[in-house]
Design a protein around this ligand. Structure first.
Ligand SMILES: N[C@@H](CCC[C@H](N)C(=O)O)C(=O)O
Length: 268
């Protein structure tokens, strides 16, 4: 059987998207691992499933490249908005998306039939607190933030001094985070601009992380370094974040891009 998929990216954070209303899939962990591999698979940061929902307009499930399932993905939520609209699954520009971390509201900005950017109500950031990582670790302090999935934001003075590929996997498995954690290194450039690089749980270094950008803006505001509006500058590009403070909803705005459509043969 042949499965149709679409490769999409949000600022270089690339996933394989499958409409499971048309192609119900099984063995999802296995598929995410095999299809994400760059040389022998399609190559991606993971697999995203678009489905129906009895609580919202549509649903999203996200699997990292190591097969682990996450509860939320910021970049994929924007890409799903584009997919749904441009493949004619909806004519709505306000879409409710059911995720494992609750229902998120997408607002599509459409120009000449194409979705140019998507604003996502990412819900209320939770569990924001300083963490002491301990002397045995290359960085001693960070801010933990839940955006539905777990994040650890570490502020640094010079991004170029962070050996991300070395410290990322060590911090991802810090004992304070039994479910592992996404690790963001953040350099505050000024009150509204933050440079950020990410080591994603289950996928490693990626070009951008939507929930990671949200967590970074939250950690910067929480620690008094930024205000309610921030641009997060990642390797793959910029995301705009608006957050009025604790207990408030956070909004993320950014692009979504289709790379190509393809088919893959199922061997099971
Ligand atoms: N790239 C994503 C987050 C994907 C899931 C993450 N690696 C996790 O395991 O929590 C984003 O754009 O938010």
């Amino acid at each position: 059987m042949k499965i149709e998929f679409t490769k999409m990216h949000g600022l270089g954070n690339d996933y394989i998207y499958v409409n499971t209303m048309k192609y119900p899939l099984t063995n999802l962990e296995e598929k995410s691992i095999a299809w994400s591999r760059p040389h022998t698979g399609i190559g991606s940061d993971g697999l995203v499933l678009i489905g129906d929902s009895d609580k919202a307009d549509f649903s999203m499930r996200i699997f990292n490249a190591d097969g682990s399932e996450a509860k939320m993905c910021g970049n994929a939520s924007r890409c799903i908005g584009k997919y749904l609209y441009e493949y004619g699954l909806t004519t709505k520009t306000d879409i409710l998306l059911d995720t494992l971390s609750g229902i998120k509201e997408l607002h599509l900005q459409v120009k000449e039939g194409k979705v140019e950017s998507v604003r996502v109500d990412m819900g209320i950031p939770a569990d924001i607190h300083w963490v002491d990582l301990g002397d045995a670790y290359p960085f001693q302090k960070g801010v933990a933030v839940s955006m539905g999935n777990p994040h650890l934001v570490i502020f640094v003075d010079k991004m170029e001094e962070v050996a991300l590929a070395e410290v990322g996997p060590v911090l991802e498995r810090h004992p304070l985070f039994p479910d592992r954690v996404n690790v963001e290194f953040a350099q505050v450039l000024d009150k509204e601009n933050i440079r950020m690089r990410v080591w994603e749980r289950g996928s490693g270094i990626t070009q951008a992380c939507g929930t990671g950008a949200c967590a970074t803006a939250v950690a910067a505001a929480f620690s008094g370094q930024c205000g309610s509006h921030a641009t997060i500058c990642m390797d793959g590009g910029d995301l705009t974040i608006d957050w009025a403070g604790e207990g408030q909803h956070l909004y993320m705005i950014g692009p979504a891009v289709k790379v190509f459509d393809g088919t893959i043969e199922l061997k099971e």
